[in-house]
Write a protein that binds this ligand. Sequence first.
Ligand SMILES: Cc1cc2nc3c(=O)[nH]c(=O)nc-3n(C[C@H](O)[C@H](O)[C@H](O)COP(=O)(O)O)c2cc1C
Length: 149
Amino acid sequence: MLTRLIYSSENHLGAAGGKMIRDLNDILDASARNNEKAGITGALIFDTLWFVQILEGERETVSATLRRILADERHDAVTIIDARGIETRLFGNWWMGLGFLRGDTTALYRKHGLGARLDPRKLTGDQIVALALDLAATGLNRKVAVEAA
Ligand SMILES: Cc1cc2nc3c(=O)[nH]c(=O)nc-3n(C[C@H](O)[C@H](O)[C@H](O)COP(=O)(O)O)c2cc1C
C-alpha cells in the first residue's frame, strides 16, 4: 500500500560552513542512492534549525527508511506530522534533494504563513506538502547546496 509520511526533526549539522555543506550533501547522496532503488519519492526541506521530510512509497519501504533515519545522529527529536495511505504520489519521480541555503525563500515562506524562517511547528502536513511542491517548482534542488559550498 502506498503511504506518505511527513516528519520534522532538529538539525544537528551545526553552523553554516564547509562541514555542514558536506554533511548535507552526504545525506542527499545517500538519500538519492537508496530512495531511487527503493522507489521512494518526496522532498527534504532543510533549514539551519530544522529538517522537514516527505517520504512516499510502499508502507514497508517507507517504514524501513524511517527506521534508518531515526538512528541518524545528524538530527534529533524526530516528530511525526502526518502519515497516511495514498492513491497516487504527489512527488512523482522527483526524489530527495531539496536543500536550500539562500535567502530567496522568504516570499515563499510568507505565502505559506511562515515568517522569514521555516518553523514546522506552525505547519500542518497539508501545508508542508504545498510548501514543498512550491519549493520544488522554483527549481531549488540539491545543486543549491553544492553551489553554496
Ligand atoms: C534528515 C535526514 C534525512 C534523511 N533521509 C534519508 C532518505 O530519505 N533516504 C535514505 O536512504 N537515507 C536518508 N538519510 C540518511 C540515513 O539516516 C542513513 O545515513 C542512510 O540511509 C545510510 O545509507 P547507506 O547505508 O547507503 O550509507 C537521512 C538522514 C537525515 C539526517
